[in-house]
Design a protein around this ligand. Sequence first.
Ligand code: HEC
Length: 115
Amino acid sequence: MTQLKLRKPSWMMASVLVSLLCVAGTASAQSLQVKQWAASCSACHGTDGYSEGGMASLAGQKKADIIEKMNEYKSGKRVASIMHQLSKGYSAEQIEQIAEYFASLPHEKPVAKSK
Ligand code: HEC
């Protein structure tokens, strides 16, 4: 009887842990998806949105600014050579998530630590 009483809480802990892992799993799957969308922007705007020059950096721009620019490209209000086409390939939700991702990055590219 005593043993049974002791085991119960550990089973409860296990189920709590499992549900926590499920939540964490969904969150990282989502951010992986957003990172993949953002990676396609990196081809032109630099890795992680840090341009090495010439092109505008996306990292550290305000979320609202990125969304506004993308919507203006979509509508044709903002004149572009490429972005008016490219922006049409993303839904409003996708643009919002991509914008949130780039806005979450520091404006200045973090300096890589030497080993
Ligand atoms: C093939 C190259 C290319 C890719 C890929 C690309 N862009 Fe661009 N982007 C440009 C160019 C070129 C401009 C300048 C406007 C123009 O001529 O289209 C620009 C401009 C922008 C601007 C305005 C920058 C500013 O601050 O003035 C934003 C915002 C932007 N792009 C977002 C994105 C996002 C988000 C993605 C990925 C979903 C992306 N771009 C992918 C080439 C690219």
